[in-house]
Design a protein around this ligand. Structure first.
Ligand code: PEP
Ligand code: MN
Length: 263
């Protein structure tokens, strides 16, 4: 169902008027985790000030260690909904359990399925059974074929509003957190009709590489870029080393805008 052979024209996923897959670049920013209303609203204000529409933030955080901050859960989804309403933004947030999908659709505009859950087939099926866009991230060690099959799981249940997200894969290279598989972008565009985003934060894990990676993503044909922004990354409860602060976000945006990659 997701194959371009089956449907030659691009799928466009409409997020409150932001048409991801329409050929223009779409940018998603927001904190790694929802920590408080004030924290999310501060980022939302900066996003809004740039004329952008898409906000991200994790309420259920799939952390490597059980002792790390696990997210605010439903409370976090409520904060996202309040901010989305106040700033007229579409919000993207990860859901980690099939049981939370039904509730989550009342609070968020896009269900994110994270890298660690790309082959959680019950979660894929549950996300496929609701009428809500899904942002599906590539698994940490998933081949492109496995990634496409995960999207197929969602669409097989009836939900074709899927955005694919390349977020780096695990290789022997330790200079970056993961290895951004940039060639996955044109391959996914050729093989499927779905929009493709690149998460420059989790792929590189390096603040100094966010801008060049975003440029590469747009140059190679990605439908957009996702990056993490936090009002004060030093005190962030997750991914403190790689989130941009608001000044860095300003700089990132102005350099991306002057690169002529943003149409
Ligand atoms: C995220 O986007 O918040 C996240 C945890 O990313 P990933 O699933 O790609 O690691
Ligand atoms: Mn993060």
């Amino acid at each position: 169902l997701v194959s371009r052979k089956k449907k030659p024209e691009n799928t466009i996923v409409d997020l409150k008027g932001e048409k991801v897959g329409d050929g223009n670049p779409h940018l998603v920013f927001g904190p790694c985790a929802v920590e408080s209303y004030e924290q999310v609203a501060t980022v939302a204000e900066a996003v809004k000030a740039k004329g952008l529409k898409l906000l991200r933030g994790g309420a259920y955080k799939p952390r490597t260690s059980p002792y790390d901050f696990q997210g605010l859960g439903l409370e976090g989804l409520k904060i996202l909904k309040r901010v989305a309403d106040e700033y007229d933004l579409a919000v993207i947030s990860e859901i980690v359990s099939p049981n939370d999908i039904e509730t989550a659709v009342n609070y968020i505009d896009v269900i994110q399925i994270g890298a660690r859950n790309m082959q959680n087939f019950e979660l894929l099926k549950a996300a496929g059974a609701v009428n809500k866009p899904v942002l599906l991230k590539r698994g940490i060690a998933a081949t492109i074929e496995e990634f496409i099959n995960a999207a197929e799981y969602i669409m097989s249940q009836g939900n074709g509003q899927i955005i694919l997200c390349e977020r780096g894969i695990r290789t022997y290279e330790r200079a970056t957190r993961n290895t951004l598989d940039i060639s996955a972008v044109p391959i996914l565009k050729q093989e499927t009709h779905l929009p493709v985003l690149v998460d420059v934060t989790h792929s590189t894990g390096r603040r100094d590489l966010l801008l060049p990676a975003a440029k590469a993503a747009l140059a190679i044909g990605a439908d957009g870029v996702m990056a993490e922004v936090h009002p004060d990354p030093a005190v962030a409860l997750s991914d403190s080393a790689q989130q941009m602060d608001l000044n860095q976000f300003d700089q990132f945006m102005s350099e991306l805008q002057s690169s002529a990659l943003l149409r």
